[in-house]
Design a protein around this ligand. Structure first.
Ligand code: SF4
Length: 274
């Protein structure tokens, strides 16, 4: 069976295909919508809190304004399917919000938002590489002391160990490439703020790192294209499997992938995304 070849890629899709082509097929080619996870929803909520905080003038990003941003984001998520479909009971809901608040507090220990010169929030950027469109969302774009561009990306998971640091930074340089393509200026630095552990990893983009992204992304896209044409998306069992919603249809676990399109939307209570 052949599949239509996608004409756009994002950092998360590149990561998804390289981690497990079979999971990529389910999520990005067949567009089967996975049920929400507490971890991902909490991450989205914390991103929204910080986005709301930064809509205020720098001097106001303190005290009650932080709490109001948290409450507003919480109220928005109260009716969002990403939150309601988690089916949390009262105690779980309280723990969810307590942990989200702890992540916001951790952010405030890492950086003083009154001193940040932000010029963009949740920026959606896209650029062409040949026939391929690369897309990404930058959490925050700042001006440094000398007017240089600095990309800030919030992470609500744990910081990667040294072994994995470089592979995680590959996604970071993707944003550098987008910035340079769209804004005409390579960022001077890209900061990954790991709110869970209070660590910040800073990457300094170079012409080589940007070139590496176009080369790597083009190579991944070619591999995606081959898989779509041949229909051969191999499962790659690994650390993602325990939390993979597609495991019932994964051949590595005795499942039949051809049944996923019919069965997953019923099992997840979600229609495939358009
Ligand atoms: S269960 Fe593991 S191998 Fe199978 S699709 Fe999911 S991540 Fe890939």
């Amino acid at each position: 069976m052949t599949y239509p070849v996608p004409n756009s890629l994002s950092p998360s899709r590149v990561e998804s295909f390289t981690s497990c082509p079979m999971a990529f097929r389910f999520a990005s080619i067949e567009k089967l919508s996975e049920p929400p996870s507490p971890h991902a929803t909490k991450g989205s909520l914390v991103h929204r809190v910080l986005e709301l905080l930064f809509t205020h003038a720098p001097a106001d990003r303190v005290g009650d304004v932080v709490m109001l941003s948290f409450q507003q984001a919480g109220a928005e998520y109260d009716s969002d399917p990403e939150f309601t479909e988690l089916g949390l009971d009262d105690a779980q809901r309280q723990a969810f919000h307590d942990d989200a608040w702890a992540l916001v507090q951790s952010y405030l220990h890492m950086e003083d938002p009154t001193q940040v010169r932000d010029i963009g929030l949740e920026l959606r950027l896209e650029a062409q590489v040949g026939e391929l469109t690369l897309r990404g969302i930058i959490d925050r774009l700042d001006l440094g002391p000398d007017g240089e561009l600095i990309v800030t990306d919030y992470k609500t998971g744990r910081a990667p160990g040294l072994r994995y640091e470089q592979s995680k930074l590959g996604g970071v340089h993707f944003y550098s490439f987008l910035c340079e393509s769209v804004l005409g200026q390579r960022p001077a630095a890209i900061r990954l703020m790991y709110l869970r552990t209070g660590e910040t990893i800073t990457a300094i983009p170079s012409s080589q790192s940007v070139k590496f992204i176009t080369t790597r992304t083009t190579a991944v896209w070619k591999a995606v294209e081959r898989a779509c044409i041949s229909g051969n998306f191999q499962p790659r069992p690994g650390k993602l499997c325990p939390s993979c919603a597609f495991q019932p249809w994964c051949p590595a676990f005795g499942g039949d992938p051809t049944k996923a399109a019919a069965e997953a939307p019923i099992a997840f209570g979600r229609l495939a995304v358009a």
